[in-house]
Design a protein around this ligand. Structure first.
Ligand SMILES: Nc1ncnc2c1ncn2[C@@H]1O[C@H](COP(=O)(O)OP(=O)(O)OP(=O)(O)O)[C@@H](O)[C@H]1O
Ligand SMILES: [Mg+2]
Length: 154
């Protein structure tokens, strides 16, 4: 059965704090799929999450054109993908993204084209903009592991 939780963040800082808390609970084979309009905050959330677990200071470029970026982090190998410009779903095989699922933590923006190829253990995040700096995050999942991993938000 699907579970879901809705959390509101009233500033980018609140979003970043939550992303860092979630990062602490992640492990290889965890997949997070982020959906929402342009400018919703998908990349912002991913950057904050990655930043919080980097061992050394490092640029976190947008994967808009490279489609994927990889990081060695305190919580393991992490891949950040932005599939908005994916021309064909099978391209993710060439990118190595599907292989990485077995050994890395994966964050995917615009996952719609490849959801059929992904395990249903993923955490889904849908972001809605409700105001200038207010974002409503809807988390949904079927794999029970997320019951434990998803942090609370005071
Ligand atoms: N509460 C908030 N949480 C996250 N981002 C916020 C919040 N309030 C304002 N923002 C701003 O919203 C913008 C989100 O941009 P971002 O690039 O993350 O969007 P995106 O969903 O990745 O869009 P795209 O589909 O173009 O990749 C950032 O400029 C960020 O500072
Ligand atoms: Mg983005």
């Amino acid at each position: 059965m699907a579970n879901s939780r809705t959390v509101q963040f009233d500033s980018p800082e609140q979003t970043a704090i939550y992303a860092a808390k979630l990062a602490k609970n992640l492990a290889p084979e965890d997949i997070i799929l982020l959906s929402g309009d342009v400018g919703a905050g998908k990349s912002y959330f991913c950057r904050a999450l990655i930043q919080s677990v980097l061992q050394y200071e490092e640029d976190i470029p947008s994967p808009t054109f490279t489609l994927v970026q990889q990081y060695d982090t305190e919580i393991g190998e992490l891949w950040h993908a932005d599939l908005y410009r994916l021309s064909d779903p099978t391209e993710v095989i060439e990118l190595g993204l599907l292989d990485a699922i077995e050994s890395a933590i994966i964050l995917i923006e615009w996952p719609d084209q490849i959801t059929d190829f992904l395990p249903n253990s993923a955490l889904n995040i849908n972001i809605n903009t409700s105001d200038h700096e207010t974002r409503v995050f809807r988390f949904s999942w079927t794999d029970k592991k997320w019951d434990e991993k998803l942090p609370g938000h005071e």
